[in-house]
Design a protein around this ligand. Structure first.
Ligand code: URA
Length: 246
């Protein structure tokens, strides 16, 4: 598809001017892991205790290679999302990619096919990638904040993103991307471990353990809010500029 056609697909008219990278990058600190155990309801899955066991689990995941990680994610029962999933969805793409895109969690089609972003939102994500000369699988890796489909595509709960975060952290450590793009609020909040509003986080470079991180709208949001596709195009240009400057 030619660039003009892609921009039409994104619902964009004129080409937008590239934003200057924010002079002052916002670098939120990743807080220490909580040790507040709280009161647990009866569970039918292996909830990670947020104490020594939770730390042991995270430490074990932090040592895994890709094969172990694949198996661990496929067999994971660390939160309630395991109960309704067809399969866990680890991620897809080039494991040495410069670009890492992180979404929220698998939807129905992803749960069925075992690959992230294969539904309508995925089509738009592919078009967004193509608009900046990127392609799924070629120097691009796509993952999600949670690896199992939240029932009815609801937003993952904080305990679910927390249980899954060690997997995402390990993926990032293994891939060593030059740039991480958080697609939507749940992905941004999971990665930055703080409250994030997309409108105010756009156009800034955050830090994830030394890797630049940029926040933009989730493609599913853009499908419902067509006027914001123009802002997404600004964000794509900003990403490309940030990568070129890295
Ligand atoms: N939305 C996401 O956040 N991830 C997917 O994999 C699919 C839709």
């Amino acid at each position: 598809m030619r660039r003009e056609a892609l921009l039409r697909e994104l619902g964009l008219g004129p080409v937008w001017r590239l934003r200057q990278p924010a002079a002052e990058a916002t670098v939120p600190r990743v807080p220490e892991r909580s040790t507040d155990a709280g009161v647990s309801p009866p569970l039918t899955f292996d909830q990670p205790a947020p104490t020594d066991d939770g730390d042991d689990r995270a430490a074990a995941i932090a040592r895994m290679g890709w094969d172990e990680l694949k198996t661990a994610v496929a067999d994971c029962r660390a939160c309630g999302l395991c109960q309704a999933r067809q399969q866990a969805v680890l991620g897809v793409g080039d494991i040495e990619a410069d670009w890492l895109f992180v979404g929220e969690g698998p939807g129905a089609e992803e749960d069925e096919r075992g690959e992230p972003f294969v539904g309508q939102a995925g089509k738009l994500l592919d078009a967004m990638l193509a608009a900046i000369d990127l392609k799924r699988g070629e120097n691009v890796y796509i993952a999600n904040a949670v690896k199992c489909r939240p029932p009815n595509n609801r937003t993952p709960e904080p305990d679910e993103t927390a249980a899954c975060r060690p997997y995402l952290e390990r993926q990032i450590a293994l891939i060593r991307p030059k740039l991480i793009v958080a697609l939507g609020r749940p992905a941004a909040q999971t990665l930055l471990q703080s409250e994030v509003k997309i409108a105010s986080a756009r156009g800034r470079v955050f830090d994830f353990n030394g890797t630049p991180l940029i926040v933009t709208y989730h493609p599913a949001y853009l499908l419902r809010n067509l006027p914001d596709k123009a802002k997404a195009w600004e964000d794509l240009c900003f990403m490309r500029g940030t990568m070129k400057g890295s």
